[in-house]
Design a protein around this ligand. Structure first.
Ligand SMILES: [Zn+2]
Length: 245
């Protein structure tokens, strides 16, 4: 038994706990669950080796501020991040956008630039991806409309130390909708789900001003609160970008 491979351990412990619906790994190193876990991690151990493995792993898990425990627990806490944990290969998600949504995004883009989407679309895409379980919030490093495919872009997480280096996106048009294939290298994301408040700018700000005079401030504010709550995680009340400390 060499030194522990942390990355591998985290993946396999997460999988073990997820499959058994465990919220914690309780009990002493002798407890049945530790025995089961350790033989699951390494099934070629003798009885004595297995017990010493249990003791080592138990100690590692229960160490103050244990990296392995923290990472596993935060991965499990985020229900939809299974894709980040359980598949080590590259990962692909598909974002579905209705024709109306796409037209709406295109309109904004065409007001500013004929060749690419601006930051409003970054936020739109990030919110869509978060609905699919991604914790990151994205910014475009480059994107453009194309002839052969509808559009393509490379995106990065706004969290500097994010484990995922880049998100590669390609959009296709079908009869009823626009599909964006998003490909990224599948790593365990250790930062918290990033919550971003959408900034209202340009034409939307003008529309909001009309809305203010038509509906009154109170109504507009509650509408905006609902809008933010919908695209973000409703259980979080902090709408600024949340960083893991
Ligand atoms: Zn990220």
């Amino acid at each position: 038994m060499g030194p522990f491979n942390q990355e591998d351990l985290i993946l396999r412990i997460s999988k073990f706990m997820k499959e058994r619906n465990l919220e914690e790994l309780k009990g002493s190193a002798r407890a049945l669950i530790w025995q089961e876990l350790c033989s699951n991690l390494n099934n070629s151990l003798s009885q004595n080796q297995l017990f010493s493995y249990q003791v080592r792993l138990h100690k590692l898990w229960n160490a103050p501020n244990s990296y392995i425990k923290r990472t596993v627990m935060s991965a499990l806490a985020s229900n939809n991040s299974n894709r980040h944990i359980f598949d080590k290969s590259s990962c692909k998600l598909q974002v579905k956008i209705t024709n109306e949504e796409w037209q709406d995004q295109m309109k904004t883009a065409m007001n500013h630039s004929k060749s690419s989407f601006l930051v409003k679309f970054d936020n739109f895409l990030s919110a869509k991806l978060q609905n699919l379980g991604i914790k990151c919030w994205l910014r475009s490093s480059h994107n453009r409309f194309k002839k052969n495919v509808l559009w393509e872009g490379i995106y990065k997480c706004i969290e500097k130390n994010c484990e995922i280096e880049k998100f590669e996106c390609i959009a296709f048009k079908t009869i009823n909708e626009v599909l964006i294939d998003v490909k990224f290298c599948d790593k365990i994301v250790t930062h918290e789900k990033l919550i971003k408040r959408l900034r209202i700018s340009g034409q939307d700000r003008v529309i909001q001003q009309y809305s203010l005079s038509a509906n009154g401030i109170a109504n507009t504010q509650s509408f905006n609160a609902i809008y933010n709550a919908n695209i973000n995680d409703p259980s979080k009340t902090n709408y600024s970008v949340k960083k893991k400390t």
